[in-house]
Design a protein around this ligand. Structure first.
Ligand code: ATP
Length: 235
């Protein structure tokens, strides 16, 4: 579904991605783990067209998206939930969700999806008229994921959904990530520093170090890998 071939991305003279290759099949949950500054966020921003790539190719369902604008990439069905959530703080929960559907014209299907996300996260239904900025961190993360789902993505890019959240909230969010994948066959590319959790929900994982992919395997193999356990799982 998604293929990155030898992608290089720079910030000025800083080479953040040094030629990475990643493949994701339709229906998979794939995670990208790695330390701070490894290049995980840059990988997602390269896919969604927010940061231009300098070399290599990114294709989605067989078509190159390397030079497309972020808007065109969203309209193909790729939705990015950025690190730090970035919801609209002065808009209500419902207005935030409506923004997620701004490219869609199928109003009756949009209404169904709204019901679906409010069912996934009942707390958002309770707070539907509250301004986004007044929600807790966990609720804002739920809103950010729900807003992305309102676009009915085929590929969901999630950047550090666990960041700064209490363990119980993180557990709930990861359960929902698995549910979204299982119920809608939505393909998910999950960037996480919490490697342990990420590898437990993902089918496969890639390990990134210093702008390179250094390892990729089925999640259960990575969870059992001695080097990975020492470096990323704190075991
Ligand atoms: P984190 O978990 O801290 O977000 P990451 O693995 O997502 O880390 P990136 O944020 O992709 O890593 O950063 C990759 C490299 O690019 C780092 O060396 C970082 O300092 C550099 N970098 C990221 N954003 C910029 C920017 N806007 N300008 C210059 N350098 C940047």
């Amino acid at each position: 579904m998604l293929k990155l071939s030898d992608v290089q991305t720079f910030y000025g003279n800083i080479k953040a991605l040094k030629g990475i290759s990643i493949e994701i099949e339709q229906g998979e949950i794939v995670t990208l783990i790695g330390a701070n500054g490894a290049g995980k966020t840059t990988t997602l921003m390269s896919i969604s067209g927010i940061v231009p790539t300098r070399a290599g190719d990114i294709s989605f369902e067989g078509r190159s998206i390397t030079r497309m604008t972020p808007n065109d990439i969203v309209s193909l069905g790729i939705c990015h939930v950025p690190e730090g959530r970035r919801i609209f703080p002065y808009l209500s929960v419902l207005e935030n969700l409506d923004m997620g559907a701004f490219l869609r014209n199928d109003r009756s299907e949009v209404a169904k999806d709204l019901e679906y996300v409010l069912d996934l996260f009942p707390i958002l239904a309770q707070r539907r008229h509250q301004a986004g900025g007044t929600l807790s961190g966990g609720e804002q993360q739920m809103l950010a994921i729900s807003r992305a789902l309102m676009a009915r993505p085929r590929l969901l890019l999630l950047d550090e959904p666990s960041l700064g959240l209490a363990p119980l909230v993180v557990k709930r969010i990861f359960e929902i990530i698995e549910k979204i994948n299982a119920e809608n066959n939505t393909t998910i590319f999950l960037v996480e520093q919490n490697a342990n959790l990420a590898l437990k929900v993902a089918h496969r994982g890639y390990v990134m170090e210093n702008g390179y992919i250094t390892l990729s395997d089925k999640s259960r193999h990575l969870l059992a890998n001695e080097d990975i356990r020492k470096a990323y799982l704190g075991i």
